[in-house]
Design a binder for this molecule. Sequence first.
Ligand SMILES: *Cc1c(COP(=O)(O)O)cnc(C)c1O
Length: 396
Amino acid sequence: MENVQAVCREVICSTYARMPVVFVRGRGCRLWDDTGKEYVDFLAGIAVCNLGHCPPEVTEVLCEQADTLVHVSNLFHTVPQVDLAAELTRLSFADKVFFANSGAEANEAAIKLSRKYSRDRHGEGRFHIITMRDSFHGRTLATLSATGQEKVHKGFEPLVEGFTFVDFNSVAAVEQAVTKQTCAVMVEPVQGEGGIRFPDPGYLADLKDLCRKHDLLLIFDEVQSGMGRTGTLFAHEHDGVTPDIMTLAKALGNGLPVGAMLATEEVAASFVPGSHATTFGGTPLVTSAALKVLRIISKPDFLENVRRKGDHFLKQLRNLQEKHPVVRQVRGRGLMLGMELQVPGAKVVERCMEKGFVINCTHDNVLRFVPPLIVEERDIDQLILALDGILSEEIQ
Ligand SMILES: *Cc1c(COP(=O)(O)O)cnc(C)c1O
């Protein structure tokens, strides 16, 4: 392990503050490091491995597809890509899909489509997009410019023009920010990196009304909140509101790199041959895996289970909040949960790792719990027990 970490420092760009662990194997909700130590995973590779590690049903599809056809480019048709798009549109508000390789790329596509649609419809000069403070939309130049966090911008100026930030959960702030140049509003239905923050009741519906009033597109970034994470296939279903454009990525391929931008027919019509492209987007390999993932996650029983386990988890976290004054607030929907502390969370994360639980901290002081959706109640109870001990320690 020492050697792997030393070589890593030598040959890999140090863009991450990595934990001192080398993982070598995963199965379901369990991970093993190179010393043989077992961990229960409450991070799922940041809300990616929603079916757990190496789910046999997906592995089987992958192996077969890897032996059949991996890549031919988007100059041709392939069956898995078309089947996945058909299933995604059947299960959502959308009529059309563009496949990308990551969340950032899906958001790039959403930003480009919004600008193009507005230009086609209203002419030049209408390209501003309103996004939220503490949002996260990716690390490419356009998506980091769309991200409402200074630390993500720093050092990369000049930013891409045309993004305005307002407070999350304030429709009035959006209304005030709208100008003749505005073409869209982009929001995460649940802020992930921003500290697991949920929309107030009616917020997304009011945003949609506002967008209709000013002829703006509404974009939902469901890269983290989508794919069953909150107990519905897409988080916006809780709010009874559909967007014009939605982006997906993280859990779509359960670890395979696949992202998607979904849009209504009318909006998607602004993408024509040559408008946008990617070499790898939607290869047969990743889309065959994603189709399998989608078929499993979209089953009503599966989603019902996520809600049930999520309710149990939230109740347990609330019990901890009552016992430990260091806990400021607990938030959760389905299996997307956060525990905001009065102090930075890094030490708690470290102690959890020592005790064999993989969790993470976002927004400095919010412990984030996004386990595989197949997590069992007894795993949750074990983590709660460990946390109970850790929160009693000196954790600052
Ligand atoms: C992770 C994330 C992204 C970026 O996805 P990448 O695959 O890392 O490019 C965008 N939006 C949200 C909400 C995310 O959580």
